[in-house]
Structure formats: C-alpha cells, structure tokens
Design a protein around this ligand. Sequence first.
Ligand code: COA
Ligand code: ZN
Length: 308
Amino acid sequence: MITDFSQRLIVQEVSPRDGLQIEPTWVETQDKIALIDQLSLAGFSRIEAGSFVSPNAVPALRDGEQVFKGILRRPGVTYVALIPNLKGAQRALAAGADELNLVMSASQTHNLANMRMNCEASLAAFAETVAFASGSGTGLNGSIATAFGCPFEGRTDEDRVLRIVDAYQELGIRGITLADTTGMANPRQVDGLVRRVLQRVPAADLTLHFHNTRGLGLCNVLAAYEAGARRFDAALGGLGGCPFAPGASGNICTEDLVNLCDEVGIATGIDLPLLLKLSRGLPALLGHDIPGQLAKAGRNCDLHPVPS
Ligand code: COA
Ligand code: ZN
C-alpha cells in the first residue's frame, strides 16, 4: 500500500446528490439523512450531500434544507452543495453547506437543457454568487459538465474547457471539476486534458467526475490518476445521472473504485466493508437493482466455501 500522502486518491461521495437526483421514487428526507450519516462514517473527507436547484427541475432533491440541517456533521468532512445560481447559493449557505459546487456545461446546448440558460448567463450568475459568498468562509468549486463530450454536440473542444477553467479562476473559484456527464470520455482524451488543466490548477483543487455510461469509468480514473489527478467523484452503488442528458446513467461506483484502489495499492482511507453494507441496502431503499459490481461479486478476499 502506498503511504505517501501525495499518492493518495481522494474520493468525494456524490450519491446523495448525483445519485438521488435521477431516482424516480421519492426517498424520504429521513432516509437521505440516514444514508449521509452512514457515509460520514466510511472515511470520506468530502460528501456532496444535495443540491439547491429549482424544485421543478429536480423534485427528488427539493428537501435540501432539511437534509443539510438534519445530518450529523462529522469533523473533517466537507459537506458540499451543488448550486446553479444565486438563489441556490443563498439557500445552501442558510442550510450550512461547507462548499458550493457551481455547475455549468462546456456545451451551450446541454447548459440550455440543464440550466435553461446559455453559458454567458451561467457565468454572470456565478459572478453574483461569488460576490455573495465571499467572506462567508464557504469553499467554492466550479464544475464543467460535458467537459469531454456532449450528448447533443459530440466531442468537446479542449480549448473551450481551458477557457472555462480560466473564467472560473478569474472569478475567484478555486476548485475545478471536469465532469464527463454522459460517459463519453476515453482514457487518452482524459490524459491529455488532465495534463493541460494541471498546468493551471493544483492537483489538490482538481476533481474528475466520471460516469460509467459506456463502461470506461474506471479506465478513465486510472488515466487521470497517472496524469496527476488525485480527487474523484463516485457514487455508492454506481447510482447517478443527469436528468437533462438523454441516455445518462450512473456515476462510477464508489465501492468498485475503492476496490480497484485497494487491489493496486493506492490508499483512499475508505472503509470498503462498510460501503458494501450500505450499497447492499440500496435496492430496498430505491426499489431497483444497482449497477455497481462489487456489491454483487464481493471482494477478491471474500472467498467461497470449497465444494464438497
Ligand atoms: N432554488 C429554488 N428555486 C429556484 C432556484 C433555486 N436555486 N432558482 C430558481 N428558482 C425558482 C425561481 O424562484 C422561480 O420560482 P417561481 O416560479 O415560484 O417564481 C422558478 O424557479 C423559475 O426561476 P427561473 O430563474 O426562471 O429559472 P428557470 O426556470 O429558467 O430554471 C434553473 C433555471 C437554473 C433554476 C433550473 O434550470 C435548475 O434548477 N436547473 C438545475 C438542474 C440540475 O440540478 N441538474 C442536475 C445537476 S447538474
Ligand atoms: Zn454527474
């Protein structure tokens, strides 16, 4: 196991936000809180606990205030809230979010579908949001959705992504997330973009957000890690998806990612047996099977009895 801290892979758990936002069945507020409280015990330093978006756009997360106020705040865990605009920032700060995750797509078409505004309007809203949040002590992260490909426009131009990184930094947004919203990235593309972004953003401030829509999620993680990225979003059970992107499906699965890291000797600090227990409880909570594979297969060390 690699103990050098600079080699550690940071997992940000996003199932309470990306995972639940697309679920068709209402998850009770108390169940959301219980899930986050359990995740807080699993060793994550960062959990995206919800979003403060229009309740008409994402009804599944309309109880963000009650969720943020109801969770037990474990010291050392940063509880992040996704927001699209100033109103979202006001709600998130009032609810006690530690960090705001501002989201805009690299693709104009996807931004119009998801945020109902063009990228220029999103950036103007972010300027207001940064001004509002400055001095509050709240962290700021800027996500670039469809950073690798868009379901409407196809492959995303790298230079456009870099210009958005620059625009975020000029606004004073420190953290940057490159999001592969509909799983269109490939490992070579990831390697190229991550290396270029790391010339602008320190590894400690860069997050990669992959979806496993085309089965390349963990390949892309390894490519990004080899290129120097250290922080990754993942969702318990492989839940997740953008409700405004046709064909969107789950995030990379947290327990599958942690298993990969354990097997190849990259430290994460995450309690894999606890994750498996939580993941195996998801079908009962959500009423359907989950895409993650480790919860079904077990770890390599979970051996079977020898046939008699
Ligand atoms: N939280 C709660 N309500 C909000 C809100 C927020 N952050 N932002 C806007 N609203 C409300 C407005 O107050 C208004 O309410 P009213 O009809 O009662 O007056 C209504 O939503 C429409 O406001 P408007 O500014 O016209 O927004 P819109 O309809 O053009 O939608 C967004 C723009 C950004 C609010 C909406 O598209 C959105 O929330 N998108 C997020 C989608 C998402 O979460 N995707 C997945 C994660 S990437
Ligand atoms: Zn996502």
